[in-house]
Write a protein that binds this ligand. Structure first.
Ligand code: MN
Length: 209
């Protein structure tokens, strides 16, 4: 594990937009997010199935998402997937700012044929991941299904969210994984949505999140 360079971040005033660049000896990543986007994406991680999953986050989260990753895929996909999760988490944390007016909690159930997953998210300020996804296959294309956990751990740690992920049913591993990412996207969208009844208010009795 190399010590990453300090991530460069750019946040546009007023807009929930952020760009983060994170470079290590293992991966060189730039992530740009617009939390109030329309679901457009431009993704290049070098792992086809992973790009397909990140596309679900954009489309179903209504987040405009650009991710470019030059990773050490000659080893395997581990650093690429984990570090994209970290950098996406950093970008979302910066774009959401002080969390004023957001709904804070979000949850979603998403089916795909025989598969069904549930994701619950809390922009709590406390990183946490509880994940139960019994994948029926190790590899999905060139994507190692075990890396799903690494992605969400990286995201939770750096977006400072509590994340509960459960695959409730599923036979096909592509379906299992896709329902997890789609449910994550829908839960994210719900939590980040601005609540007009709570405009300008931080949704915590502590007064900060
Ligand atoms: Mn698919």
């Amino acid at each position: 594990m190399n010590t990453p360079s300090a991530p460069e971040a750019v946040v546009a005033a007023g807009a929930r937009v952020a760009t983060v660049t994170r470079n290590t000896a293992e991966t060189k990543i730039t992530v740009r997010v617009d939390l109030d986007g329309s679901g457009r994406s431009k993704l290049a991680t070098g792992i086809g199935f992973f790009d397909h999953m990140l596309d679900q986050i954009a489309r179903h989260g209504l987040i405009d998402l650009e991710i470019d990753c030059q990773g050490d895929l000659h080893i395997d996909g581990h650093h690429t997937v984990e570090d994209v999760g970290i950098t996406l988490g950093q970008a979302v944390a910066r774009a959401v700012g002080d969390k004023k007016g957001i709904r804070r909690y979000g949850h979603a159930y998403v089916p795909l044929d025989e598969a069904l997953s549930r994701v619950v998210i809390d922009f709590s300020g406390r990183p946490g991941l509880v994940m139960h996804v019994p994948f029926t296959s190790g590899m999905i294309g060139t994507f190692d299904s075990q890396l799903t956990y690494e992605f969400f751990q990286g995201f939770a740690n750096h977006a400072f969210v509590t994340l509960h992920i459960d695959n409730l049913k599923g036979v096909n591993a592509h379906h299992q994984c896709e329902t997890v990412f789609k449910a994550f996207a829908r839960a994210l969208r719900a939590a980040l949505e601005l609540d007009p009844r709570s405009a300008g208010v931080i949704p915590s009795t502590k007064g900060s999140l």
